[in-house]
Design a protein around this ligand. Structure first.
Ligand code: 13P
Ligand code: SF4
Length: 368
């Protein structure tokens, strides 16, 4: 598509100060009207999320992408979220990610070739058929479209932090074993919550021979967890919970299920970003919360609920650097280009991948 000198060079935007962006984003937004919907994940910074038409966790944003009208979906989140939006969007709609460098280190930990290789070994060991009679593959939303398609094609599905429990029940209704990708912590927390003993949940390490597991352990396992994690959430430790409780005995500790099992077990509640927000908002004035999740969400929640004490679970606070890549300058650049008819940073999932990824996402949208 043709580009114009006025709106198209990102470098011209990146040197501009944040405060100069507000008016321009607002004006572009107004000109685009109902042609555009801006979706914003809760980890986005204030200067960006204030322009979102809809904010939410991964589950809610995928529902919104599926029902979005208009020509353009501008996704203020990370790459796997925009990919899912493209899979769920209607034909003719374009999904844009304002900065293509906004990835997810956890999603990068499961590469499709490695996953196919692991599956081939399961088939060789007689644990499953190629098509998934024996093991239900389930992938966390935080994965590439290719991994989602892999699961869809083998009778599996996608889940998010808000419906992992339902996805596990669904998986076990089909087979006695689940292969869960790529977050070992969400998988372990979910399995543990369903009373699956820890020794029946094994970790598949793609860099070790046969995942680092004996055939016997694989045979006995109810859940095979991929060796992936979120570097933001894995930083929270059980001692952080002890420390904050010692300082504030009446504090409630609430954490995202991407945190380690030892942290989740010490917490008062576990939930998706949307659920964590709801718990704080609905609590009586004077309540105190220490939250184990990304720092932008925590700071915004603290500001918007001044009648409660809201702090991060560890003193440092964890930033998701890839979510942070979406700046007001990138958003302004994407919107002003749309005004001029240029679709920049479009996320396009390959058609063959799209088909099975949609099967896996649709299955997810049908369960709770
Ligand atoms: P939610 O679906 O809970 O918003 O989580 C997304 C995510 O990436 C958390 O790290
Ligand atoms: Fe990925 Fe972790 Fe960032 Fe979520 S917080 S987008 S899992 S790196």
């Amino acid at each position: 598509m043709a580009t114009t000198a006025t709106a198209c060079t990102l470098d011209n935007y990146l040197v501009l100060p944040d405060h100069t962006m507000d008016e321009r984003i607002g004006a572009a937004r107004e000109q685009l009207g109902r042609d555009v919907v801006i979706l914003g994940h809760h980890y986005q910074r204030d200067e960006v999320i204030r322009f979102a038409d809809i904010t939410g966790d991964s589950y809610r944003l995928s529902q919104e992408a599926a029902r979005a009208e208009g020509k353009y979906i501008v996704f203020c989140g990370v790459h796997f979220m925009a990919e899912s939006a493209d899979v769920l969007a209607r034909p003719g709609q374009a999904t844009l990610l304002p900065d293509l460098n906004a990835g997810c280190s956890m999603a990068d930990m499961a590469e499709i070739g490695e996953v196919e290789d692991a599956w081939a070994q399961f088939v060789n060991l007689g644990l499953t058929s190629e098509e998934g009679q024996g093991i239900t593959p389930i992938t966390y939303m935080n994965s590439t479209a290719a991994i989602k398609a892999f699961c869809g094609e083998r009778g599996g599905l996608v889940c998010t932090s808000s419906n992992a429990n339902g996805a596990f029940k669904w998986g076990f209704s089909k087979n006695q074993k689940i292969f869960f990708l790529p977050d070992q912590h969400l998988g372990r927390n979910t399995g543990f919550g369903m009373n699956i003993p820890l020794d029946e949940m094994v970790v598949w390490d793609p860099y070790m021979l046969q995942g680092g597991l004996t055939a016997d352990r694989l045979r006995k396992a109810k859940v095979i967890l991929w060796k992936g994690h979120c570097s933001v959430h894995q930083r929270f430790l059980p001692e952080h919970v002890d420390k904050v409780r010692a300082k504030y005995p009446d504090i409630k500790v609430i954490v995202h299920p991407e945190c380690r099992l030892e942290v989740c077990q010490k917490a008062d509640a576990i939930g998706s970003t949307e659920r964590l927000i709801k718990i704080v908002r609905e609590a009586p004035a004077g309540s105190k919360f220490a939250i184990g999740t990304e720092i932008h969400l925590i700071n915004r929640l603290a500001k918007s609920t001044p009648d409660k004490m809201v702090i991060t679970l560890d003193d440092a606070g964890c930033l998701c650097t890839t979510m942070y890549r979406i700046s007001p300058q990138h958003l302004c650049w994407a919107l002003e280009n749309l005004v001029e008819g240029n679709v920049v940073n479009q996320i396009k999932v390959r058609e063959d991948v799209k088909h099975w990824a949609k099967v896996a996402l649709d299955r997810m949208l049908e369960i709770q």
